[in-house]
Design a protein. Structure first.
Length: 334
């Protein structure tokens, strides 16, 4: 997930003109945002107790967690509370899909400064609820606390529905590499925002609210995907995780990658290489998987490469000379 390393980012404490979290009070705020979260038939015991209870028909639970920190992962002058809510939920829901599972529940922990605007927090909750609802998952609980920095931490749970999990370790020599979703859109939108623009709207919107192909994960699992991952840090970086975990090499065919008209125009205006966004840009949360060569790829999956003996990732047979993706502790930007 992309970081920004801004020294003093515009803060949610200055958004809106309503009451602050300190003025509103913790329990009143919890009660208000809890009303936004509906249950599902999997939720046996929802919010309001020490812990929630979910039905687990498969007998196994897929679990993941992710965290967004103001100034590192989002800026409130670039994204509304609802935008941040959608992004926080999507980052976790995509991880569940990348295991070949369907999301069942989300838990959300918030660290708020006393000055945080209450309406911003309500928008955040609405965004989380909307994104989780789109997958059939329910927000089943969480926590709030006071802190020096606005932080959103989400844990997602999922159901394998009787399938084996698709891990990063199963890619085999001869497999085909394919992706579902969008690549490079969010990175292009971030580049536009960094230059002080707000258009093209499609790219900026993709940065603010990614659109992961959630349903594609379980479909890929059912169709025999051998390895899978979501693209959060960049295609080259995340495909590199597949190659390393599976002890294989993977070559990407650049001509098979899609560069949208909006990306091409933005790249021309900014003097950028759109292929760099596609190969190294993260936070679109596309899914990338390997399939046996004799498998007919599911709809919405596009072949973009092949698995061979060796180690590492190449593009058109050569090492990519540009950045490969995001390293959370590399201040150079990856």
């Amino acid at each position: 997930m992309r970081h920004y390393w801004t020294d003093k980012p515009p803060s949610a404490r200055r958004v809106g003109v309503g009451e602050t979290a300190a003025e509103y009070g913790e329990f009143r705020l919890i009660e208000r945002i809890s009303r936004l979260f509906a249950g599902t038939d999997r939720v046996l015991l929802g919010q309001g107790d020490d812990a929630a209870v979910l039905a687990v028909p498969d007998g196994r639970v897929v679990a993941c967690t992710d965290m967004l920190v103001e100034g590192n992962h989002f800026r409130t002058d670039w994204s509304s509370g609802a935008d941040v809510g959608h992004k926080a939920a999507a980052a976790n829901l995509a991880d569940v899909a990348a295991m070949g599972a369907r999301a069942t529940g989300l838990m959300v922990a918030l660290s708020l400064t006393p000055e945080t605007d209450v309406e911003w927090v309500v928008e955040l909750a609405e965004g989380i609820a909307s994104e989780s609802d789109s997958t059939g998952a329910a927000v089943i609980g969480g926590d709030t606390t006071r802190g020096s920095q606005l932080t959103v931490a989400v844990t997602a749970l999922g159901d394998l529905e009787g399938r084996d999990p698709v891990t990063r370790r199963g890619a085999r020599v001869g497999d085909v590499l394919a992706y579902a979703g969008r690549l490079g859109w969010s990175s292009a939108g971030l580049a536009v925002l960094h230059r002080g623009f707000r258009s093209p709207g499609a790219l900026v919107g993709a940065y603010r609210r990614p659109q992961p192909p959630y349903a594609a994960g379980p479909v890929a699992a059912a169709m025999g995907a051998t390895a899978m991952i979501d693209v959060s840090d960049g295609l080259l970086s995340d495909v590199g995780h597949l190659a390393e975990s599976s002890n294989v090499s993977i070559d990407i065919d650049a001509s098979a990658l899609t560069i949208s008209d909006a990306m091409a125009r933005a790249a021309e205006a900014l003097g950028a290489d759109p292929l760099q966004w596609v190969l190294a840009g993260g936070e679109d949360h596309a899914l990338v998987a390997t399939f046996p060569a004799d498998v007919i790829l599911p709809a919405d999956w596009t072949p973009i490469g092949n698995v061979a003996e060796g180690r590492g990732v190449t593009v058109d047979g050569h090492r990519w000379q540009g950045g490969s993706g995001w390293d959370h502790f590399d201040r150079s930007g990856g």
